[in-house]
Ligand binder design. Sequence first.
Ligand code: NAD
Length: 347
Amino acid sequence: MIRVGIVGYGTIGKRIADAVSKQDDMEVVGVFKTRPNFEAWSAIKRGYPLYVPEDRFADFEKNGIPVKGSLKDLLSVSDIVVDATPNKVGKENKKMYVERKIKAIFQGGEKADVADVSFNALANYEEAIGKSYVRVVSCNTTGLVRVLYLLDRDYGVRSVRGTIVRRGADPKEVKKGPLNSIVLDPPHIPSHHAEDVKTILRHIDIVTVAVAVPTTLMHVHILNIRLRSKVSKEDVVKSLESTPRILLVNSGFTGIKSTSEIIEVARDIGRSRYDIYENVVWEDTLAVDGDEVFIVQGVQQEAIVVPENIDAIRAVSGVETSGRRSMMKTDKVLRIGEWPWSKLLLV
Ligand code: NAD
C-alpha cells in the first residue's frame, strides 16, 4: 500500500483524497488543512485523519474538530505527498519535502520548474517513473495534451491554434468573477496554456488565446489543428476513442449542446460531485478538411486532473511501470468512460 498524504484539502485536494481512497494499492494516511472550516468537517466525516499547523490546534479543537497532528507528523507517516495547495504555496512547501526526503506531486498552479517532470498519464507516464517531484499540469493543459498527444501519435501535429473559454471561478468560490464581463485572461497572445503544453509535448507548434466568462461549470476549448497528413473524420474519431479519458458526445443523438447539459448527465448518473474526468468532445462539431481538424471540447476543471494524480502516484512510487496498466486501473475504479450511451454503463 502506498501511503499518501494530501497537503491542501480544497477543490482539487478533496477529490484526489476520495480517488486515492477508492484504489486498492494506495491509501490516504491524512490530510493537512490550515483553516477550521466546512472542508475540515468533510474530511473528518470521510474518515481522513486531519493534520493542521501546530499553532492552530486550539482553533480546530475549539470548533470540535479532532486533530491528529502537525504537518511534520503527516509527513512522517506518508510515502508520497500530493500537494494541492494554492498556486505558489507548493514551491514553498517543497523545501520541507526535500529536507525530509519525501516524494511529492504538485499541481498545475506551480511553475514547471517545481518538479523534475510535468506529467500527463497518456503522454509521458514513463518519464515520471521513480522521480521524486512531479507536476500534474493544469486542467486546461491536461485537456489539450490528451487530444494533441493522440493526434500527434497517430498522424503528427504540425500546428495548433486554440481559443480557451475559461470558467470565471469554481462553484464554491464566492469572491471571484467575472460576474458580467468577458475578460482577456491573460491579455496577451499566446496565453500561458500553449507554453504549458510544451512542457510535455515539447515539439508542438501551439498558440492559444484565452478569455474568462461568467460561468463556473467547465472550460470550453475551440481548437484548429493542422496535421502532417490528410485524414478523415473517422480516423480522428478512432484516435480519440482509443482512450476512455476522451468522451465523444453527439449533440444530435443526446441533445447535449452545452456544458450545463453534460453536467446534468453527470448528476443523473451519480457521478460524485458531478465530476467529469473525461475531455468532452462534441462529435458533431468535429470537422476535418484534408489535414485540418476542428475540435470543440469541454473540460471540467475540478475533476480532469484527478485520474492524472492517481497515475502520477503510481509512477512516482515505481509500483507500476506501465502507464497503460495504471490508467486502466484508475479508469475502472473511477468508472471513467461509463456514460449512458456507452456500452460500459453499469448503473
Ligand atoms: P483551493 O483554494 O480550492 O484549495 C487549496 C487548499 O489549500 C485550501 O483548502 C487552502 O485553505 C489550503 N491551503 C492554503 N495554504 C496552505 C498551506 N500553506 N498549506 C496547506 N494548505 C494550504 O485550490 P484548488 O483549486 O484546489 O487548487 C489547488 C492547486 O490545483 C493549484 O495549483 C491549482 O492551480 C491547481 N488546479 C486547480 C484547478 C481548479 O480549477 N480548481 C484545476 C486544476 C488544477
